[in-house]
Ligand binder design. Structure first.
Ligand code: ZN
Length: 299
């Protein structure tokens, strides 16, 4: 059996995993995101130690990273984190640094594209060619899978920064995004909710008015994504989506908003099969990195 290294590189922690698939995971480690020098050295040490302990050699490695990142393989900066607000990580050539430790094939993509691939192979997107995985947490981001692979395009999609209708009379909160103010992420990410209401989302009961407003913004995103990409399913992940009852509210609002225009029973009738939660839970990203590794190894 071949084993791969998977790295979900996040702004607060790196989730590292050595696995063949979800049933065959031989090691996992969470490493805090401090500076590239310290964190990446720790990451390399974990994989080296796992190879030694289990007497294996990794066949490939996958990195699903926070961004923005450079995904253009013809560009010398391919595999780098670029203009992130995390100053110490700006212009960090993540893949080339890891390549110095491991001379094996590397796959690289955004964190959300990685998670989308993971859900596609082993989770809620199994058997689908076209779907969206969107995560609502500290930020909002989405992987758009088209014909089985993530869309990259000019840079990569940044669905979290789409514009949504914002009624300033009902919701005078100016928005949280440093670039756009009241884009979707500026209105509906975890920090936006906390800042608007002045309490942590964890301390908000289910009947807090925050959740109806949140469902409305997210339903607008579902409306837009359904029309833009015609996905077979939209998988809604991230910490905010763990709130009980939120996805049910969104399903109703999205159906109402689309108003029968997309005449598929997936939306008009069986929307609980269309708008779903992830199955891999907190491992979507790290297992997605394993998928990136397998793709890099087979290409
Ligand atoms: Zn924005």
């Amino acid at each position: 059996m071949k084993f791969y290294g998977g790295i979900e590189a996040g702004g607060t922690k790196f989730n590292c995993i050595v696995a063949h698939d979800p049933q065959n995971i031989i090691a996992e480690k969470v490493i805090p995101t401090t500076t590239p020098e310290i964190t990446l050295k720790e990451v390399a040490r974990f994989f080296k130690e796992t190879e030694k302990k289990h007497q294996i050699a990794l066949s490939g490695m996958g990195v699903a990273s926070f961004g923005p990142v450079n995904l253009d393989e013809s560009n010398p900066d391919y595999g780098s984190i670029t203009s992130t607000p995390k100053i110490k990580w700006q212009n960090t050539p993540l893949v080339s640094i890891m390549h110095r430790y491991f001379d094996i094939p590397f796959g690289f993509d955004t964190d959300v594209n990685g998670a989308a691939l993971g859900e596609g192979k082993w989770g809620s997107g199994q058997g689908l060619k076209d779907f969206v995985y969107i995560t609502i947490g500290t930020g909002i981001g989405a992987g758009i899978i088209c014909n089985g692979l993530p869309i990259h395009g000019l840079i990569h999609p940044e669905v979290g920064h789409m514009l949504v209708k914002h009624d300033l009379n009902r919701d005078p909160f100016a928005g949280y995004c440093p670039f756009h103010g009241d884009c979707l992420e500026g209105l509906a990410s975890g920090p936006a909710i906390s800042e608007r209401w002045g309490i942590d989302t964890k301390d908000m009961p289910m009947d807090h008015p925050a959740w109806n407003l949140e469902a409305e913004y997210l339903a607008q995103a579902v409306h837009n994504m359904s029309l833009f990409f015609s996905p077979q399913k939209i998988i809604m992940g991230g910490g905010i989506m763990k709130k009980d009852g939120l996805i049910e509210k969104m399903r109703l609002l999205a159906q109402t908003s689309l108003n029968g225009y997309l005449a598929s029973s997936q939306i008009t009738k069986d929307i609980d099969q269309y708008l779903v939660t992830p199955q891999l839970g907190d491992r979507a990203g790290s297992l997605g990195a394993i998928v990136l590794a397998t793709l890099a190894t087979s290409s």
